[in-house]
Every structure is written in C-alpha cells, then in structure tokens.
Design a protein around this ligand. Sequence first.
Ligand code: APR
Length: 233
Amino acid sequence: MSDIRNIVVLTGAGISAESGVPTFRGPDGLWEGQRVEDVATPEAYARNPDLVLDFYDQRRAKLGTVEPNPAHEALGRLDREWSGELLIVTQNVDDLHERGGARRLLHMHGELKSGWCMACGDRFPFSGKMANRPACLSCGEQGKVRPDIVWFGEMPYKMDRIDAALATCDLFVSIGTSGAVYPAAGFVQTARYSGAHTLEMNLDPSEGSIFFHESRMGKAGELVPLWVEGLLG
Ligand code: APR
C-alpha cells in the first residue's frame, strides 16, 4: 500500500444515507413505489414535465435540511491532505461532498443545484423551483430550464477524465453504491485491469462485490473516516 500515488474514489447514494438523503434501491428507497421511467428519463420529462420538475424540486429543497456526515468530511480531509493524484467521482446529485470539503470532485450524474437551459445550452447554479418555469439566467428564455441531471438513457458527464484517472490509478475505492448502474458499476473492472488495488465499502455486498480485492461492510460514516485515517496517518 505504501506505493499508492493515484486514487480514484467512486461514491453513491449510500454515502449520503446517514445524512438523511434517501438511497434509490431497497426499502424506503426513492425508486420504491416510483417508476424510474416516470421521473428519470427524457421521455418522462417530455410527457409530464410538471411531475418530473416537482420530483427534483422536492429533492433540491431537501438539501437545505441535511448536513454532510463523517464520511463526506473524511473525503474532504483526504482531498486537503493527500499529496498524490485524487479524483472523487460521485453519482450523487446532492452537494454534500462540496460541503464536506471535497474539491477534486466530479458529479458524473449531474447536480440538483444546477439548471440546464434547453434554449441556449448553458448550465448555471440554480436553487429555486423549476416547476415555476424560471427564465434562463443566460439567455432569458422562459420555461426552458431543466434539471442538470443525467437521466436514464443519457450520457454521464466527464467520462474522458474519469477513464483517464481509472487508467492510471493505483487504488480504486467504491463507497455506498449498489453497483446496479453502468458505466459506474464497471469502474472497478477498468481499475483492476489497470493494475489498481480495489476496495469496496458498503452496507452490504454490491452487485459487483466479487470484482473487488477487498470489501468492508458497514456504515460509510464509520468505515470511511477509519480508512482515511489509516491512509494519511
Ligand atoms: N453506508 C454505506 N452504504 C450504505 C449505507 C450507509 N450508511 N446506506 C445504504 N448503503 C448502500 C446500500 O446497501 C446500497 O448498496 O448504498 C447503496 C445504495 O445503492 P443505490 O440506492 O442503488 O444508489 P446508487 O448506487 O448510488 O445508484 C446509482 O442509480 O438511480 C440511479 O442515477 C441514480 O446515481 C444513481 C444510480
């Protein structure tokens, strides 16, 4: 482990669970009792924009009521103190990594606090309600702002940078993700193929658990600070 320089960390909904942000799958998950096709596809948005905008408006509003937990804080510490390469890739659309101090961070599935104008193509920070059909902050066009979220069937963001980091990492760490959604679910195999050590931290084994060299089962808020302490300490 002493020859580790380049680290890629992948996070999923499980890292925010202890902050009170619901995960997607499993009991009480966001997809429990809700069809993904109704709220998280471009087709759903075209068919029933009010339903889709309201779904994301509610999740955006919820961010004002939650705080980063020790797992986010530990990754913030890692970002500050790790002198080698680091890329934290999150599938999460919340802002808890930023608020936990992470800077070398990519949101591959977009961000709740970002709007995307379908008229001019610009993206900009957004904190209100899209159901109110706000005007674009760049071009002023009314009613063309959609959530800057990667829906099913759309291409995740920043894949070139992510692939480049995976190709050169010595350590790949996956935290709080079920491994049900590609391409993120395939990162472990890409990293392994590049010769990286692979570590999973999750409440229970993910769908891709067998691909990891090492699995630690438990709560992210407990496991991640211990891991970071071990790495930096
Ligand atoms: N600590 C660690 N892991 C946890 C915790 C916790 N406190 N609580 C839950 N988990 C684990 C669950 O066991 C599960 O394996 O986190 C995982 C969450 O899985 P999902 O709900 O499927 O979330 P995620 O993997 O991020 O989903 C991927 O699917 O719907 C899309 O775009 C959405 O980005 C999302 C993608």
